[in-house]
Design a binder for this molecule. Structure first.
Ligand code: PAF
Length: 274
């Protein structure tokens, strides 16, 4: 595995690759969820590039940019064992100039739910993903469904800018109890992790209601909020279509049910696609 820390090193390393490239962008502190993306990329492509870059432009003032878990050595080991060809770990000055052209998230979809709670977050996320997709020359790029709104916006960016890359949505990976894996889970105590299970339980309750014929969004949300009382604070429960338009009735095959809530230090998100 080649570790590239500069754009020049990345370009040189890419010259050693042949065939299709699968790309997995990450912010590091890799866990089983990232590993499943890497494994899928490995299966579907001739070569795999992973990036580890804690992107400052997608963190808002007062968020956990400085405290964000950084585990470079362990990340490199995981990538090596997973058969990654190139691990790209750039510094901030490799990625950004002081006066940059900016990409903006779309006015509606970029500023609801996560975008409303974290205004500007998606602008920074799209900016870095555009850079990373261009730098990697990826044939396919792999993103988890856990960040469903991120995934929808990246898919839209690729469509709107006619970018020649296939975005591959990947299933959410959970621990044995149902907690969706996240690098921020390390901030929680065992007791908090137990309470954090309320997120996946609320989604299970919603799914059960849908399976038993209840399609009314408000009725489902009321039941979900009851389950979510175990969390410290619920930020939102939303039921939208796959383009992130709010729904009144669940449309089977075209619905995402999302939840965001605080448990202890981290703010957690989870969702289910129905
Ligand atoms: O999902 C993430 O880890 C980040 O938002 C991404 C896509 C790597 C961009 O920094």
């Amino acid at each position: 595995m080649i570790i590239a820390r500069t754009i020049a090193q990345l370009q040189e390393a890419k010259n050693t690759l042949n065939g299709s490239i699968g790309f997995v962008p990450t912010m590091g502190a890799l866990h089983q969820g990232h590993l499943s993306l890497i494994q899928q990329a490995r299966k579907e492509n001739d070569a795999v590039i992973v990036s580890v870059f804690v992107n400052p432009t997608q963190f808002l003032e007062g968020e956990d940019l400085d405290a964000y878990p950084r585990k470079e050595e362990a990340d490199a080991k995981i990538c090596e064992l997973a058969g990654v060809d190139i691990l790209f770990m750039p510094t901030i000055d490799q990625m950004y100039e002081s006066d940059e052209l900016c990409i903006g998230a779309p006015a509606v979809r970029g500023y609801i739910l996560e975008g409303e709670k974290r205004p500007g977050h998606f602008d920074g996320m799209l900016q870095v993903v555009m850079k990373l997709l261009n730098l990697s020359s990826a044939t396919r790029a792999y993103f988890g469904k856990k960040d469903a709104q991120q995934l929808a916006l990246i898919t839209q960016m690729v469509r709107n800018y006619f970018m020649d890359v296939q975005i591959v949505p990947c299933e959410i990976v959970r621990d044995e109890r149902g907690l969706a894996l996240s690098s921020r889970n390390v901030y929680m105590s065992e007791e908090e992790k137990e309470r954090a299970l309320a997120l996946s339980r609320s989604l299970k309750r919603a799914t059960k209601m849908v399976v038993s014929g209840e399609l009314d969004v408000e009725a489902i949300k009321i039941q979900m909020l009851k389950v979510l009382e175990e969390t410290d604070r619920v930020e939102y429960v939303a039921i939208v279509d796959r383009s992130f338009r709010p729904l009144k009735k669940v449309e089977i095959g075209n619905t995402i049910i999302l939840v965001a809530a605080w448990v202890g230090k981290p703010r957690l998100i989870d969702n289910i696609w129905i």
